[in-house]
Ligand binder design. Structure first.
Ligand SMILES: [Zn+2]
Length: 341
């Protein structure tokens, strides 16, 4: 029997015909990288191929690596296997990876969302035979509100806190969520301050997207400077000595997990906004149907429940073990964010 075009190995998703890995979790010679989050773009590969918008992101995170940037839909062949990158809509520079060989097409999503967030190139469904999908929020309970409404709520929350003389602290991951929040904060309300991890990553992305002005919090920043203004911080900053000087403050988290009120309470966060860079239940199903794929492989998230549902709908669906995390429920501290605290 022929080998499948893509296999799930101990090092990652592997294309034997081209001798290349997709988002490997162990160091390899050649890797195609879907996007800049730490669980997909790891340190230690000899050569990286990724979308050119992701190049400055992974250089910032991984240092001086050997990386080639590609354009959307630019086809490149390795041993007669055709590869191309297509927008995944998850964060800036995030791609689905299309692999074609002997008339068979596989698509690997990495992470994706079907809502146009206004800063990432919007997701485009790609026709394929086999679709490798994440399902971070693959339960019917996850249904997103359009982001316009969520941002109105966030700005209203900030406005109310300001009237009470409080500092608003909004938590979001330093790559992706933080920039999406920043883009839509209403600077008529006040000033936007940032934690170092977010300031640094946003600086990397400013040549790609037009963001409002931010002010980095330093040792010189005074409590009075922050009063009534908003602070963007990574989840790891919660409960740290860093935020103590901001008293009186109120905290909020923007995450798909805020669907569960328990998730907010357990982390002692005052307010939760449901906002995710992944598809909700309907988004996953709509995207999968749009690919026309008969075979579906679920990589991370509610894989068992979701793949069972797909089988009930007539898909040939299964789950494969990977080391991708999707949108972590608990703060996933990267070494860089720790260092910046
Ligand atoms: Zn991601």
């Amino acid at each position: 029997m022929n080998k499948p075009l893509l296999e799930f190995t101990a090092k990652g998703i592997y294309c034997d015909a081209a001798k290349i890995y997709l988002d490997p979790w162990k160091p390899v010679d050649k890797a195609i990288i879907s996007h800049g989050h730490a669980d997909h773009s790891r340190w230690g590969h000899k050569k990286y191929i990724t979308h050119h918008k992701n190049v400055p992101i992974i250089r910032h995170r991984l240092g001086e690596i050997i990386v080639t940037g590609k354009e959307w839909e630019e086809t490149f062949s390795i041993n007669n296997v055709k590869f191309s990158l297509h927008p995944a809509g998850h964060i800036i520079g995030s791609s689905q990876i299309r692999v074609e060989h002997k008339g068979e097409v596989w698509v690997f999503t990495g992470d994706y969302k079907d809502e146009d967030d206004g800063i990432s190139t919007p997701f485009q469904p790609i026709k394929c035979n086999t679709f490798i999908t994440e399902c971070t929020f693959g339960l019917p309970a996850f249904t997103w509100t359009p982001q316009k409404t969520v941002f109105e709520d966030i700005n209203q929350w900030w406005h109310e806190n300001r009237q009470e003389g409080k500092t608003s602290i909004l938590f979001g991951y330093s790559l992706g969520k933080a920039q999406r929040l920043l883009k839509y904060l209403n600077t008529d309300i006040g000033k936007i301050y940032t934690h170092g991890a977010i300031e640094n990553m946003t600086e990397v992305l400013r040549p790609i997207v037009d963001f409002p002005k931010t002010t980095l919090i330093t040792k010189e920043t005074k409590k009075e400077d922050l009063s009534g203004n908003i602070v963007l911080a990574p989840p790891t900053a919660h409960g740290s000595t860093w935020i103590r000087k901001m008293v009186p403050y109120v905290t909020a988290s923007a995450s798909g997990w805020m669907t569960f009120r328990g998730a907010r309470r357990r982390r002692a966060i005052d307010k939760g906004f449901v906002l995710s860079d992944h598809c909700d239940w309907h988004g996953l199903l709509k995207s999968i149907n749009a690919t026309g794929a008969e075979k579906i492989i679920c990589t991370h998230g509610y894989t068992e429940i979701f793949s069972r549902y797909l089988r009930e709908q007539g898909f040939d669906a299964r789950t494969e073990e990977t080391q991708y995390e999707g949108e972590p429920l608990e703060a996933n501290t990267t070494a860089k964010e720790e260092a910046d605290l």
